[in-house]
Ligand binder design. Structure first.
Ligand SMILES: [Zn+2]
Length: 342
């Protein structure tokens, strides 16, 4: 029988201090060349082991092999100049210096496929691999070539589809696309964002997920959340179209968030990765708090479609806090699993 409430993490885990500066986004690598290759693989093993020790069911690389969830993928593509930088407003929220699209974008060779194969060799558990979504990619760049967000997203979707097909062939069970931009640009999501995502998953043999959150626990995001009022209804704008899409799983931010849980009704039929761990605080949830969030979600999603998860990536947290949160997630899911089996 398939295990009920399989746990997983939305994205990253903190990196060891010998690999990169901890508790920092875009932290530079501390190793180079072959040492870096081996260092990343060692970190991946540690990250995998920490998930396993905590009892996480669907494991990942903890994003140990990438500096940032969007830019590392883009770095491997042609058509983007990382020396030529422009300041743009990301997610309509904060300014950042980003690379420029200077010509047609393309992928000459696989980006993460070797890393995924390495992870596959380490475990027989189901594995999940994250890629940036097309809309979030274009929102992290300055485009001096296509001059159209939609056109550039479509080109990225085609590239992501090549990568995703190779990841599936390498044994990845779930490919997840990170689309925090879906929580901001509703008109674009409905006009072409979901269509671009479906292009990215075209023909895939494995399961597919989309992760839509309110971002890492960095100041720009926590400040933004304060402006969103008492009920966060962003998901409501995009759920109807997502419900009708071919995506299998939808990963959401639910712990300590002001998202009304009943919005999940709008994606009936989908598997829902319910964020039951808040990544914007160092306070470790109790198993009972995690269980409480899962129970609330169970009012709106069938038990066989509930996947306990974290709200977002844990890169900015300390390793000790992240470990505590992994265990809390696992223990909280266990409480509810037992209740369901009674
Ligand atoms: Zn996220």
């Amino acid at each position: 029988m398939k295990k009920l409430l399989p746990t997983s993490i939305a994205g990253s885990l903190p990196k060891p201090s010998w690999l990169a500066q901890p508790e920092t986004l875009w932290s530079p690598w501390k190793l180079q060349g072959q040492e870096l290759v081996e260092g990343k693989q060692d970190a991946l093993k540690v990250s995998l082991q920490e998930q396993q020790r905590a009892g996480i069911d669907i494991v990942s690389d903890g994003e140990q092999t990438r500096q940032h969830f969007v830019t590392t993928f883009i770095e491997h593509l042609d058509g983007v100049d990382f020396e030529k930088r422009e300041t743009v407003r990301i997610r309509d929220r904060y300014d950042a210096s980003v690379p420029t699209v200077v010509g047609a974008v393309s992928r000459q060779k696989p980006v993460f496929v070797e890393d995924a194969r390495f992870l596959r060799e380490q475990t027989d558990q189901p594995i999940k691999w994250a890629l940036p979504g097309p809309m979030t990619m274009i929102d992290t760049l300055y485009d001096a070539h296509y001059k159209s967000r939609e056109k550039l997203a479509w080109e990225f979707a085609k590239i992501l589809n090549q990568e995703a097909n190779e990841l599936a062939a390498a044994g990845v069970d779930i490919i997840q696309f990170d689309e925090p931009a879906f929580n901001v640009f509703f008109d674009e999501v409905n006009d072409w964002g979901i269509a671009a995502l479906e292009k990215a998953i075209e023909g895939l043999e494995c399961e597919t997920a989309v992760h839509i959150c309110y971002g890492y626990g960095i100041k720009a995001n926590t400040d933004w959340k304060k402006t969103l009022g008492s009920e966060w209804r962003q998901y409501e704008e995009i759920f109807p179209k997502l419900q009708a899409s071919n995506i299998d799983l939808i990963s959401l931010e639910c712990q300590s968030s002001r998202v009304p849980m009943d919005l999940i009704k709008l994606i009936r039929g989908k598997k829902v990765m319910v964020g039951a761990i808040d990544v914007a605080t160092n306070v470790i949830e109790t198993p009972e708090e995690v269980a409480d969030t899962l129970r609330k979600a169970l009012r709106f999603v069938d038990a066989d479609k509930l996947y306990p998860c974290t709200n977002c990536g844990m890169t900015p947290l300390s390793r000790q806090v992240a470990r505590g949160k992994l265990s809390a997630l696992s223990a909280g899911a266990d409480i509810v699993r037992k209740e369901l089996l009674i």
